[in-house]
Design a binder for this molecule. Structure first.
Ligand SMILES: [Zn+2]
Length: 302
């Protein structure tokens, strides 16, 4: 059976179809434009899901969102990147889509996908870290993703790396996301140059091509990320860090400076291996498909 999967992010809604043969098809993405409000974004989600389902004959859909997610009630409790509070995603979409809908957290779904099918296969405990529009982590132990109480675990993007620094959408200041997320490095580059709207992927290319400003912006983000990961490694002692999102999508070479910066910070702690996510910035979408497959086969939604 085929299933439809959608990952709703602050910048894009990513969609795909996972076929019965385990092959991903119909990879698409649409602008989320969250400034329109949750109803309009969910209308777009519904249109995208219905189009993918019509083409594939899907029997179930999986939808994942960022922030604090209540898997049991199917609600986005708090999704700062979307400006959502208490949005009943699963109930609304399943009512209009006329398909069973599985619902979950984007980064935990990404961790699940990497554990079962990707870079975390065979690892007993690892941290999946997504670095893109937002920054979050999923703690995967024996193939199971630990959500924390009330679904609030893994929000490492809101650990403070610059006390009193720039305001963050969470209400705090100087969070990791204000320094190392894709929008943060794009804004910083725009402030230092006249280049506006340069995305993270293009910025990585420019840094690699010798653009000194792009290099400095990336280096600053890497140092902040390494500081946060040093904390996470000290707390969890994972054997592996799987990096997803746009940073993971940029490939193994982009992770070498992160590995060096992390190793410099650790003293007694074992330095974990750092690898890119097998699914690049699509791990969450693949995880959403796995949740939908479980639902379609009668298993419990996670
Ligand atoms: Zn924050």
């Amino acid at each position: 059976m085929s299933v439809v999967a959608l990952e709703i992010g602050g910048a894009y809604i990513k969609g795909c179809v996972l076929g019965p043969d385990g092959v991903l098809r119909d990879r698409e993405r649409w602008f989320s434009r969250p400034e329109r409000g949750p109803d309009a974004v969910l209308e777009t989600v519904l249109e995208c899901a219905a189009a993918l389902a019509r083409r594939s004959g899907a029997v179930a859909a999986g939808i994942v969102v960022p922030g604090v997610v209540d898997d049991a009630s199917g609600s986005a409790v708090r999704a700062g990147a979307l400006g959502w509070r208490g949005v009943p995603v699963r109930g609304w979409v399943s009512e209009h889509l006329e398909l069973p809908v599985a619902f979950g957290h984007d980064v935990r779904a990404g961790g699940l996908a990497e554990a079962r099918l990707g870079a975390g296969r065979g690892s007993r405990n690892f941290l999946f870290v997504s670095v893109g529009t937002g920054i979050g982590a999923a703690w995967v132990l024996d193939g199971r993703v630990e959500p924390g109480s009330r679904g609030g675990g893994g929000e490492i993007g809101h650990l403070v790396v610059r006390p009193g620094g720039e305001p963050c959408h969470c209400g705090g200041r100087g969070c990791l996301e204000t320094v190392a997320s894709s929008p943060a490095i794009s804004h910083r580059y725009a402030r230092l140059t006249r280049w506006r709207g340069v995305g993270a992927g293009e910025l990585y290319h420019r840094a690699d091509a010798g653009d000194a400003v792009a290099g400095a912006v990336c280096a600053e983000a890497v140092e902040a990320l390494a500081a946060t990961l040093a904390t996470a490694v000290t707390v969890y002692a994972p054997e592996l860090l799987v990096i997803g999102g746009e940073l993971g999508d940029a490939g193994r070479g982009r992770l070498a400076p992160l590995r060096e910066a992390l190793a410099r910070r650790l003293t007694f702690q074992a330095v974990p291996e750092i690898v890119p996510a097998a699914f690049g910035d699509r791990s969450g979408c693949v995880g959403a498909a796995l949740l939908a497959q479980e639902l379609g086969s009668g298993g419990a939604a996670a």
